[in-house]
Ligand binder design. Structure first.
Ligand SMILES: [Mg+2]
Length: 181
């Protein structure tokens, strides 16, 4: 196999999500049911709200309520600091893990074991290929990529975003990564 073929296989293995949608509200109980998913691990910054929005809004709370009503667990797994993640999640009784250090596996495993739902029935939802999706692929769980809530990020993710744009262009060129309704 050519060097390009080998590189592509690796990039696909580690950075390709199971599915790609516009935002978290597209992740309905029906869609999760199709994927055989009963537990959602979800990123916070630029997935549920913009990185600079401190509190959960009605859209987020409505979605979390819908999940809970349908027996689907929701756990926020964020690389953000304790204060930020706690302030967002705790008032609404949403389970959370802060300082998660995604893509490292440790806190994905912690989140999965705390729900009591199997790996096969768990999905990771997030806006970043290099943290959220890479981490999901490293431990072998399903993943859903969403478009970032805001175009701008904190300074720390700038380099990640450049690499990510490169990978996304590559996937698109190969006809992969098509956004679903
Ligand atoms: Mg994010």
């Amino acid at each position: 196999m050519s060097l390009e073929g080998t590189a592509f296989k690796l990039i696909k293995k580690y950075f390709m999500p199971t599915s790609y949608v516009e935002d978290f509200t597209k992740i309905t109980p029906a869609r999760l049911n199709q994927l055989d998913v009963k537990s959602v691990i979800i990123d916070l910054d630029n997935t549920l709200v913009g990185y600079d929005e401190m509190n959960a809004n009605d859209r987020v709370l409505e979605w979390v309520r819908l999940m809970k009503e349908n027996g689907i667990k929701v756990t926020i797994v964020s690389n953000g600091k304790k204060k930020r993640v706690r302030q967002f999640a705790k008032p609404h009784d949403i389970d959370y893990i802060f300082n998660a250090r995604k893509p490292l596996s440790k806190n994905y495993k912690k989140a999965i074991s705390s729900t009591g739902v199997s790996k096969n029935e768990t999905v990771m939802v997030g806006d970043q290929l290099l943290t959220d999706i890479f981490g999901a692929n490293l431990i072998g769980i399903k993943s859903i990529l969403v478009v970032p809530v805001k175009n701008r990020d904190g300074y720390a993710t700038l380099l990640n975003r450049r690499i990510e744009r490169f990978i996304m262009r590559y996937f698109r060129k190969k006809g992969l990564l098509v956004k679903e309704d």
